[in-house]
Design a protein around this ligand. Structure first.
Ligand code: ADP
Length: 779
């Protein structure tokens, strides 16, 4: 895939990612309160009191982030200035009156007095309204534990954490000078300090809480470089002075130049380094978060009381002042008075910005890659175009690039083909000027159809002469426009050759026609001649069979009378000429001649019988008495017959090799017997008395195959091809000089019989070794 193809996908993907980020960012954090709820914030103290103000800030900023602010009502109970027992009854009456017609969805109380008030009067003033408290030191208040529909946030100073921070930030410090003041809360805090410092090694306490103010300041002034100060709230001194938070801190900071640590964020004044602090803002925020959960449907009873949400808070300026490096700070902290960075962003905005920046970088890289690829492609294209032009100029064909008839470019071959010069070619109004008028319609059709198949048209030169061309049109992108490329080949020569070829073809066709006519004539003449020959053959055959028939009767008589004469002559006349040697010689000649007549007569009879038999088979007039035959039995019978005919005392023996499970054949048993006796007879005739004949039978390819093998003289190859022809007899040559005594029809009859049953017969022979005659009959 090319870079410019990937790019739109990447852009789409980036857009999707950004949209997702936006949605996730919008939904992140807790769900917003569903609708504007009516919330009462009940402060124990007064407006302007630092702690109370920081609680308000935490509540407001959290609601501002997550829920509408419009319906928050804030009440200050002012219990710092007025004892609760004095002011509670008035407030009870006041709230009952002013909130008579107001329903609050939730009440947030800050610090103990407000919670106490609500625990006393909620059922009366705000029945069933869920309450979230914060700024509460003692959560083990039994009444609080028993109350329903109430939850909240504990406020607990973590002195041990601050002491550990001191060790971490200032490892050289060994003494912590603590000032807790003589108020009730001061005493409690001091107790907590004493417990805490026991758990921190290498730190010892210098307790200044119970000293008069002057003495405190004097002691502070004397602190050396291994000491720090822990301010746990100097609200009242042992000599009776009362101090505000700021006044207390001022007293301490004026007296010492050692680092001051504290336990509350509102005590983070100039000169104070920090510590693990109770944070009014965090308290308020934690309470507001619980309130939002309840307003979103969570039951207050299902939300456990929260631990004090303290934070590690430090003043950057003070850290600098005491040369405390920032890398000693704990993993999470808040740094006050830190130099303002060029701009600040919150975490989720930062993440979004990072992702967006990464996307932009990725897109830029891709764009850069794309531009580079395109530039390379453009360079490649221009060199390709140059090469293409060279190729086009080297072509045999004229190449014309045109768009809607206007010619944009042509190759060199165009000019000689159409007779235009370069300047003239620029003046051609339309590509149709290059086409002969009679071909323009055809040309337009091909141009329109966007068909790349070649077609023939007549082109026209500048001076008006026309010539045949083969043209091919292909649409292609040419510098941003869809242009038609015409490839034009002058086919004048081809057309001339085509005409010549057509002429030659015509002449050839005429010639072939003439020859075919002569051949047809000859064929019909041959057919007539053949028919005549067949008729003659039939005539001859019928003549021959008539003659044969007619000869057979007198021949029978001749043979019969010859036998009779021979018999009577032998019985009556032979003894009469014993004394006369001349007559005895004549007697012997007569006996010999009579035997010859008889023998030749028998041969003639066989010849006639065989001939008639063959003629009947060939003409189809032979009768076939087909039936199931047991070929093995038939062979045994044939063997017996042939053995009987063999010369007496001859040692020739016929061996049979017959497979047991031969299939049953369907044929005329006499005819198959005729074939078997013929083949076995021939074999017996030519096998010397001391040699044997083998006949074996097997089954191959749905046919029974019978082989008759002898060890006779064999048959010369030249005779083997004709041996199944009618009247064909093998001349015996010098070794067997006697003239053949057979008819030359036996094998011809065998062939006819076997082929009648769609079988095959053939002979193989090795001269001097023997012959094998094989025939097969389909099952
Ligand atoms: P014929 O009646 O003369 O034997 P055949 O058609 O049976 O006529 O045989 C044709 C010729 O094939 C014969 O001249 C014979 O010499 C020759 N021939 C047939 N069988 C054998 C054989 N087994 N070995 C040698 N020659 C053979």
């Amino acid at each position: 895939m090319k870079a410019y193809q990937i790019l739109p996908r990447i852009l789409r993907l980036s857009l999707c990612v950004m949209v997702c980020i936006f949605i996730v960012a919008s939904l992140s954090g807790e769900a917003r309160a569903r609708t504007a709820a009516h919330v009462l914030v009940l402060h124990s103290y007064h407006y302007g009191y630092t702690w109370t103000d920081s609680l308000t800030e935490g509540i407001y900023s959290t609601f501002a982030d997550k829920a509408p602010l419009d319906n928050i009502v804030v009440e200050y109970m002012n219990t710092k200035r007025h004892p609760t027992e004095l002011i509670f009854p008035h407030l009870r009456v006041l709230y009952a009156d002013i909130y008579r017609n107001t329903h609050f969805d939730l009440i947030i109380t800050t610090d103990d007095n407000a919670l106490e008030f609500i625990l006393r009067y909620r059922d009366e003033l705000f029945p069933k309204t869920p309450v979230v408290f914060c700024g509460i030191n003692n959560l083990d208040n039994a009444r609080l534990r028993k109350s329903k529909n109430i939850t909240g946030v504990a406020e607990k100073i973590e002195i041990e954490s601050t002491l550990n921070l001191i060790k971490q930030l200032q490892p050289d410090v060994t003494t912590v000078a603590v000032i807790a003041g003589m108020s009730e809360s001061g005493r409690i805090n001091l107790k907590l300090f004493r417990e805490a410092i026991q758990h921190v090694d290498e730190l010892s306490a210098l307790d200044l809480s119970e000293l008069p103010v002057d003495e405190i300041q004097a002691q502070l002034n004397k602190l050396d470089s291994t000491s720090v100060v822990l301010n746990l709230g100097l609200s009242r001194s042992t000599d009776g002075h009362i101090f505000t938070v700021d006044q207390g801190i001022n007293l301490i900071t004026q007296a010492t130049n050692r680092p001051i640590y504290t336990a509350w964020d509102f005590a983070m004044k100039p000169g104070v380094v920090g510590g693990n602090l109770v944070s009014g803002k965090h308290q308020g925020a934690a309470a507001a978060n619980l309130a939002i959960m309840i307003l979103n449907g969570e039951s207050a009873d299902h939300i456990p009381f929260q631990e004090s949400p303290n934070a590690n808070i430090f003043d950057y300026i003070e850290l600098q002042r005491y040369n405390i490096p920032l890398n000693r700070l704990p993993s999470s902290y808040i740094l006050l008075n830190a130099p303002t960075p060029f701009f600040t962003i919150d975490r989720s905005t930062g993440i979004i910005l990072i992702i967006v920046s990464l996307c932009i970088i990725a897109v830029s890289l891709l764009l850069h890659y794309n531009i580079k690829t395109r530039r390379i492609a453009a360079q490649a294209m221009s060199s390709t175009e140059e090469r293409f032009k060279q190729l086009a100029d080297a072509a045999w064909e004229a190449i014309i690039i045109q768009d809607e008839g206007i010619i944009h470019q042509v190759n060199n071959q165009f000019y000689p083909m159409f007779g235009y010069s370069l300047a003239e070619s620029k003046k051609i109004d339309s590509v149709e000027m290059l086409i002969a008028p009679e071909s323009r319609r055809e040309f337009r059709r091909h141009l329109r159809e966007d068909d790349t198949t070649p077609f023939d048209v007549l082109a026209m030169r500048k001076e008006g002469s026309t010539f045949p061309v083969e043209m091919r049109i292909k649409q292609m992108d040419f510098h941003g426009i869809k242009a038609g490329v015409l490839v034009v080949r002058d086919i004048t020569e081809r057309k001339l050759i085509e005409v010549k070829l057509a002429e030659i073809n015509k002449t050839l066709e005429n010639l072939v026609f003439e020859r075919t006519k002569t051949l047809d004539q000859k064929a019909s003449e041959l057919e007539i001649a053949n028919r005549k020959l067949l008729e003659l053959d039939e005539l001859k055959s019928s003549f021959m069979s008539t003659v044969s028939h007619d000869i057979r009767t007198p021949l029978t008589s001749i043979i019969g009378f010859t036998k009779l004469i021979s018999k009577e002559f032998k019985s009556s006349f032979v003894g009469l000429v014993e004394e006369d040697s001349r007559l005895a010689k004549k007697r012997d000649r007569i006996i010999t001649n009579l035997a010859i007549i008889e023998e030749e007569g028998e041969r003639l009879k066989r010849l006639i019988n065989d001939f008639l038999d063959l003629t009947r088979i060939e003409s189809g007039s032979a009768e076939w008495h087909d039936q199931k035959i047991d070929i093995a039995r038939l062979i045994q019978q044939a063997t017996a017959v042939v053995s009987g005919l063999m010369p007496k005392g001859a040692a020739a023996r016929i061996h049979m090799e017959i497979h047991e499970d031969l299939p049953v054949l369907h044929a005329d048993p006499d005819r198959i017997m005729q074939v078997l006796t013929n083949l076995l007879g021939n074999a017996a005739k030519f096998t010397p008395p001391d040699k044997s004949i083998i006949i074996d039978v097997s089954t191959h390819n749905n046919a029974v195959e019978i082989r008759v093998t002898d060890e006779g003289p064999g048959i010369p190859a030249k005779d083997l091809v004709n041996i199944f022809d009618k009247f064909y007899q093998v001349g015996r040559g010098e070794t067997t000089p006697e003239t053949p005594k057979g008819t030359g029809l036996g094998l011809a009859i065998c062939k006819q019989i076997i082929e009648h049953y769609k079988g095959h017969i053939h002979a193989e022979s090795v001269l001097g070794k023997g012959s094998t005659f094989t025939f097969s009959l389909p099952v």
